[in-house]
Design a protein around this ligand. Structure first.
Ligand SMILES: *[C@@H]1O[C@H](CO)[C@@H](O)[C@H](O)[C@H]1NC(C)=O
Ligand SMILES: *[C@@H]1O[C@H](CO)[C@@H](O)[C@H](O)[C@H]1NC(C)=O
Length: 243
């Protein structure tokens, strides 16, 4: 009898302990010989919660992902500024691989994004594939078969006697498979010129994406870092990665 009460208490205690973590946190043990698989599963588990976000835990909504900041990039004689970016499809990712170094808190994620749709406001001044272009307007792009490599580096810090993880570096590189883009409003809406420039841009989609991508990467990396930190800042390091 006493033994049963003791077991019940124990279960109650640990049950309660587990309840400290919300269901989107999938705990991985530091010494798990299959740590990479566990981490991949934990990233997959968070995915549905990212669609609409979890306000109680500061998890932002990611469908659509909205980047309010302005990003500017100067490359190959062209200055492109992109603002007010909305992206759909970021949560339809597939984690292909994870590399981890628990001693230095470095994580490298290889992620496939089958389809991304982007709407944004752009301003260009310069040349796109030798054609002089200056103006601004709305841009819509469909990007297919993107492969992303995200490198996160975290550091531990102390708060109230407990250790917490914070990601200080988040580098993102995205390779794009293909896609199409439509620029609107350029040349005061002159349909002939606009048709020509859209033709040129789409025939040279790779070059165009090469100009645009660093701008988008910066914005996405900033947003993902915020999200990753929102996930880890609420829990102690030993809650997230117990022995
Ligand atoms: C930003 O985009 C949203 C949705 O596409 C639109 O409603 C809003 O007017 C835009 N804001 C600016 C400053 O362009
Ligand atoms: C992107 O795809 C959507 C449907 O999936 C389509 O309606 C839209 O016209 C496409 N935009 C471009 C720029 O190709």
């Amino acid at each position: 009898m006493l033994r049963r009460v003791f077991v019940a208490l124990l279960v109650g205690y640990f049950g309660c302990f587990c309840d400290d973590l919300p269901s989107f946190i999938h705990v991985c043990h530091k010494e798990d010989p299959q740590l990479e698989q566990c981490l991949m599963a934990s990233v997959e588990d968070i995915r549905p919660f990212l669609v609409e976000g979890v306000p109680e835990y500061n998890l932002p909504q990611m469908e659509p992902l909205i980047l309010k900041d302005l990003f500017s990039e100067e490359a190959s004689g062209m200055k492109i500024t992109v603002s007010n970016v909305s992206a759909w499809g970021c949560t339809d990712f597939f984690v292909r691989n994870i590399e981890v170094n628990m001693d230095t808190h470095e994580f490298t994620l290889y992620i496939d994004l089958p389809k991304l749709r982007i709407e944004a406001h752009y301003h260009v001044d310069g040349k796109i594939v030798l054609v002089p272009v200056k103006g601004d307007g709305n841009l819509e792009a469909n990007i297919t078969d993107a492969h992303a490599k995200a490198q996160l580096k975290g550091d531990l810090y102390e708060k109230g006697g407990d250790q917490y993880l914070k990601y200080n570096t988040f580098d993102l590189h995205v390779d794009v498979g293909g896609g199409s883009v439509r620029l609107e409003n350029l040349f005061n809406g002159d349909k002939v010129l606009l048709g020509m420039i859209n033709d040129v841009v789409n025939k040279n989609f790779d070059a165009f994406v090469k100009e645009l991508m660093p701008v988008i990467e910066k914005g996405l990396a900033c947003k993902f870092k915020e999200t990753a930190n929102a996930i880890v800042e609420t829990f102690t390091y030993s809650q997230l990665f117990p022995h």
